[in-house]
Ligand binder design. Structure first.
Ligand SMILES: O=P(O)(O)OC[C@H]1O[C@](O)(CO)[C@@H](O)[C@@H]1O
Length: 543
């Protein structure tokens, strides 16, 4: 295609949303002109399915649940019975935040809360982290940190770093199910740190969970500083505009009403039943072209803006947990999915872009361009050129260089990174994921594959328990083979070895005879002290 034809294709396909100032350019995706028409019947179905979902159909048949994240930004669309809880939760958040900012709600031994530790994982962490990085100002009312793993080092880093300010730190624990192990562990470790300092944990703790969840019951969250409803019909990965995302955002001083308004504006733009005039339909059409069937391309997300660096991580869950499915809705094995990676431009130009241009052609890029460089004027780095011009040049240059090598790209351009824009971007991708799921006939709203890893992790810990129980009563050191036999798992020696190696590297009372890296010569026993301390309580399944 010559430059004139390309310019024409650019204009023909360019989508612009006047309300949001958002452009979507799909001209550098190599689908043919008739591709759009050929997908029309599939889109008629996708538009209908989305309409039914928004009207309250059971869109997640596995869990017999409605899927209502769109109602969060436009409660009038929600079934009548659900409207009060959406409106009340938002009011509860705003009221609470106002009182925290004013000091009316304060910690027992300090005039105001200064910090937040947000504990949660997956959809209960990625949205709040992304929004914090994208929108928190240089001088927020509170500082936030996230515990989103069961890594003891990671927790120590945060808890020790905040040691002197723990007495003015609010803990927000987010878990829809209330049973996720990593989150439970973060909660228990944090609670322990508070107890060590003689601080009354419930007076610092805020829960976001389903009413009556395991966490709600076990921790008696009604006695905490506050408890916010998590709603059954909001999925974890689409929960940023529920209490999950809105509470921390509001505490950080982010305009959550603007975020909701941006999402609402995008929702209405993506309800238009016309592919070319619907940005989510256009996006999902591009994904279908690049990723479906034989074209298994990866999505590389390149926002040219530091504050959007976590967008790809956020989208990784939204897209891969939603679309990565073994079976379609008819039970056929399909192994669907789109791999998402990326950080930011131009930084990634100096990392993997070399491969994108010259290596394996297994991707398409989505550039995100932010038109406003910064608030206020810029100095000239070279005659007539600012640092922002460099950033812009880097984006346009990479797009062109990729195109010259027949590499595909999409470009989304937004005026600036503000709450309205972030709400709109989230809503855009949520809807595109929903459409894509319809196009390839899968359930986007469940995640059966996640359970296998959790089950195997539980099995590993059960085996560890058995090993320690055997060692406790052993009369002499045991080989790994003898240990495996005694726990009734003679074929699990490798797992036994992994357990022993991990315990040996930590102060758990293991006595090793032999070398850790020579498993076949190794024998193991426990110190008398450790043997006395092992409990036999049953292990809860990892959730
Ligand atoms: O909010 P919860 O229930 O703790 O779940 C956290 C995350 O775990 C998952 O269920 C997957 O393990 C995600 O879908 C979810 O976002």
């Amino acid at each position: 295609m010559n430059n004139q034809e390309l310019w024409q294709r650019y204009q023909d396909l360019l989508y612009f949303n006047d309300d949001l100032g958002l452009y979507l350019d799909v001209s550098r995706m190599h689908f043919k002109d008739d591709f759009l028409d050929s997908l029309q019947p599939k889109f008629v179905h996708a538009f209908h399915a989305m309409d039914a979902l928004e009207k309250g159909a059971i869109a997640n048949p596995d869990e017999n649940r409605q899927v209502g994240h769109y109602w969060l930004r436009d409660p009038e669309l929600a079934p009548k019975a659900l409207q009060p809880e959406i409106i009340d939760t938002l009011a509860h958040i705003e009221n609470f935040v106002k009182q925290v900012h004013s000091g009316e709600i304060r910690p027992p031994h300090a005039p105001k809360f200064t910090d937040i530790i947000s504990i949660g994982i997956g959809g209960s962490a990625l949205g709040p982290k992304f929004v914090d990085k994208a929108l928190t100002s240089e001088a927020p009312p509170l500082n936030i940190q996230f515990i989103d793993n069961t890594d003891p080092d990671g927790m120590d880093h945060i808890l020790n770093g905040l040691k002197d300010r723990l007495a003015s730190t609010m803990i927000i624990v987010i878990s829809k199910s209330g049973g996720t192990s990593e989150t439970r562990n973060g909660l228990l470790e944090t609670k322990h740190a508070y107890q060590q300092q003689g601080l009354d944990f419930p007076r610092y703790a805020v829960a976001i969970t389903l009413a009556g969840s395991q966490m709600d019951v076990l921790e008696n969250c009604d006695n905490w500083l506050a408890k916010f409803a998590m709603l059954d019909w909001v999925g974890g990965r689409t929960s940023e505009m529920s209490s999950v995302g809105l509470l921390s955002a509001a505490l950080l001083g982010i305009d959550i009403r603007a975020m909701l308004a941006g999402a609402k504006a995008m929702d209405s733009a993506t309800r238009v039943p016309d592919i070319k005039n619907n940005p989510a339909a256009l996006l999902s059409l591009c994904w279908y072209h690049a990723c479906h069937g034989d074209n298994q391309k990866n999505m590389v997300l390149l926002p040219y803006k530091d504050s959007l660096v976590l967008f790809s991580r956020y989208l990784q869950q939204l897209i891969m947990e939603s679309l990565g499915k073994e079976k379609d809705l008819d039970g056929n094995i399909v192994h669907e999915g789109i791999t998402v990676y990326g950080n930011k431009g131009s930084t990634d130009q100096h990392a993997y872009v070399q491969q994108l241009r010259e290596g394996v052609d297994d991707f398409f890029v989505t550039f995100i361009e932010v038109l406003e460089d910064r608030t206020g004027p810029s100095i000239e780095i070279e005659p007539d050129i600012t640092t922002g011009d460099f950033l812009s040049g880097a984006l346009q240059g990479t797009r062109q260089a990729l195109y010259d090598k027949q590499r595909e790209s999409i470009t989304i351009s937004v005026p600036r990174v503000d709450a309205r824009c972030i709400g709109a971007l989230i809503a855009l991708y949520e809807r595109a994921v929903g459409f894509y799921a319809s196009l390839v006939n899968i359930n986007a709203y469940h995640q059966p594959g996640v359970e296998a890893g959790k089950k195997a992790a539980t099995d590993f810990l059960v085996l560890q328990r058995h090993i320690l129980t055997v060692l406790k009563t052993a009369q002499h050191p045991l080989t790994l083979a003898a240990l495996a036999a005694q726990i009734g798992a003679p074929d699990q020696i490798e797992t036994v070895y992994k357990v022993i190696r991990h315990l040996a590297m930590n102060p758990r009372g293991l006595v090793l005879h032999g070398k850790l890296h020579k498993p076949s010569d190794l024998t193991v026993s426990l110190t008398a002290h450790a043997a006395r301390n092992i409990t036999a309580a049953p292990l809860a399944e990892m959730a």
